[in-house]
Design a binder for this molecule. Sequence first.
Ligand SMILES: Cc1cc2nc3c(=O)[nH]c(=O)nc-3n(C[C@H](O)[C@H](O)[C@H](O)COP(=O)(O)OP(=O)(O)OC[C@H]3O[C@@H](n4cnc5c(N)ncnc54)[C@H](O)[C@@H]3O)c2cc1C
Length: 413
Amino acid sequence: MTIQPSSNQAAPSNEAGVLIVGGGLVGASLAIALDAAGCRASLVEAAAPPARSVAGPDERNLALSRATVNGLRAIGVWRHAEAQATPIRHIHVSRAGEFGSARLDAERHGVEALGWTLPARELGAALQHRLDECRLLNRHVPASVTALERHADRWRVRLNAADGARELEAALLVGADGTDSFVRRELGIEARVEDYRQTLFVCTVASEREHAGRSYERFSDDGPVALLPLAERRCGLVLTVAAEQAPEVAAMDDQAFLALAQQRFGWRLGRLSRPGRRHAHAIRRVEAAQLTAPRAVLVGNAAQTIHPIGAQGFNLGLRDALTLAELVAGANDPGAADLLAQYAARRAGDRAGTMAMSHGLVRLACLPQPFLAPFRSLALLAYDRVPPLQRLLARQGMGFRGESPRAVLERLP
Ligand SMILES: Cc1cc2nc3c(=O)[nH]c(=O)nc-3n(C[C@H](O)[C@H](O)[C@H](O)COP(=O)(O)OP(=O)(O)OC[C@H]3O[C@@H](n4cnc5c(N)ncnc54)[C@H](O)[C@@H]3O)c2cc1C
């Protein structure tokens, strides 16, 4: 339905509260952060658990930055997830067939871990657990938002739930409804879309050698491959192939798939074996042309969907959510124009920087042109050896970017 401005002046805006459309990883985190800050909010999620958990039904293993874990700890989620997480103590970035690599080492930067790996379903379960503890939050699950109507000081939102249609009001409408956001479309916010023509295969594998908390990213002409450390000598594998090759890879039996993974990753961890269930993801980049509209804001994948290889999507989305919660917590009117302007200004640097880094990594590191090889090798060596570059890479790798929300901050050595 199209948006119809109206002059209707009903309920005061701050009584209507915040309405979050989409209870995925980012929407759920925002709902929890608002509840923890004592703010009234409603959360509408289309899919019912357990058919689809907060995290979705796949085998993703998420690399969570140190800043993200600080944020999850601050809103009471991490205690439900911690036991399932594996610390990332070293990061190793390289390119097949070229010299030079960039390495980051937690100890060298005075921390016990640069980040943690957590299966997405475990993060989903922890969020679900924490949502159940929220006291001010109204949850509408399963229910789909089907229409938005704009009034002068609030939104009227129509939901379809199993027990019928109903309407809610909101002083601030939050689109946390993912890559193909209904809210974004209804707000009339344009999105730039780029199809990477790549498919990512995700599964877990066992490694012959101990990973010792090492996370690997390896680039090649065929796209990037990553291995993330997990418990019990297993790793989360992310293998990129060109979209045309995807049906052939999807049809491979385990042995053929392992042989491909081994050829692409190399032998740093010895022989890879015992692959778990495989899931395929087609990869698009989607960037909303703006983050806000009157009394409305986009967060997470609805605002920007980026290539997973830099492992930044949720990390970035959580910083969206925590920044918004911080601003709303200190405001009388959560949908006030100056609050939304502050939000957009505070998110601009982090968002642009992270998107450019992720896109640049995929484009530059995977381009086959041989003339680029020496420059790429030198860049990796510089990041590895030049202390200020190392420090910058470490800070950014740990998720401390732009004007961070207070909940993620810590004093680093
Ligand atoms: C293979 C892969 C690996 C990844 N690895 C990492 C990683 O290592 N680190 C990292 O930080 N990120 C990673 N990401 C990115 C991360 O998974 C996403 O950024 C994150 O899940 C986005 O969460 P979201 O809540 O914004 O969106 P979504 O998870 O898409 O959630 C949107 C929710 O909105 C609901 N919804 C939609 N429309 C409506 C409606 N009309 N009414 C009600 N509800 C609605 C949907 O049901 C859904 O639950 C990876 C992604 C992929 C694909």
